[in-house]
Ligand binder design. Structure first.
Ligand SMILES: *Cc1c(COP(=O)(O)O)cnc(C)c1O
Length: 221
């Protein structure tokens, strides 16, 4: 299947999910996840009008960002302290903030590099952190304190990768987002839903779905 045909199929699927949920599809961002996909396919997606792409690995994303300076790459994957500087240099947004020490380092480096980078907190409400990263609800206050409302790292919202068998996970995330929004007095977006579960995420109020295989096809390993 061509990229254009696959994306059209995906967009029809998203449209049906939005209609079923009584939502306007314009309220939802479709973020293509281009990890392990060649630059040529990213270029083809750009031809279809996509400008922002999610990547999981710092080096791979940095290489693509260097090769395609007209496009924006967001870091979705786990971030190690020693890659924090490269992440700020090459990615326009960071979605996987999950530890105070990492946040403190990013704040110092953002001053040093004189950059502003919108950030998301990755949450893990299901004790999956060992596998996928993410901050528990208990550790969230410490993380928010470390972030300290820093204007160089403006908080966009919450990102999560719930385990596939976790019934009600998306509603749980929406609840957490609502509470946090109240507490911080600012709007927060929800980045949730992937190729296999976008319908449930849209029904629960996702603001951004991150789609890899249903957009680009199988990844190349
Ligand atoms: C790979 C990945 C996706 C996309 O996964 P698909 O199942 O291929 O849609 C979304 N979010 C994150 C954080 C990922 O690592």
């Amino acid at each position: 299947m061509s990229l254009a045909a696959r994306v059209a199929t995906l967009q029809a699927r998203i449209q049906r999910a939005c209609e079923a949920a009584g939502r306007d599809s314009a309220s939802l961002e479709l973020l293509p996840v281009s990890k392990r996909q060649p630059l040529a396919l990213i270029r083809a997606a750009a031809e279809l009008g996509f400008r922002r792409f999610g990547e999981n690995y710092v080096q791979e994303g940095a290489d693509k960002a260097n090769a395609a300076p007209d496009l924006a790459f967001l870091l979705l994957g786990p971030l190690q302290r020693n890659k924090a500087k490269a992440a700020l240099q090459h990615f326009t947004e960071l979605q996987s903030l999950d530890r105070p020490d990492l946040v403190e380092r990013l704040r110092r480096l953002a001053v040093e590099l004189d950059v502003v980078r919108p950030v998301w907190i990755q949450v893990d409400l299901w004790d999956e952190a060992t596998k996928l990263g993410g901050c528990s609800e208990t550790d969230l206050p410490a993380l928010l304190h470390a972030l300290g409302g820093d204007p160089r790292l403006p908080l966009q919202g919450l990102m999560a990768i719930p385990p596939p068998d976790q019934v009600g996970a998306f509603a749980q995330l929406a609840g957490l987002r609502d509470r946090l929004q109240q507490e911080l007095g600012q709007p927060l977006r929800l980045s949730m839903g992937m190729s296999g579960d976008l319908e449930a995420a849209i029904a629960a109020g996702s603001d951004q779905i991150r789609i890899g295989t249903a957009f680009f096809g199988e990844r190349i390993y």
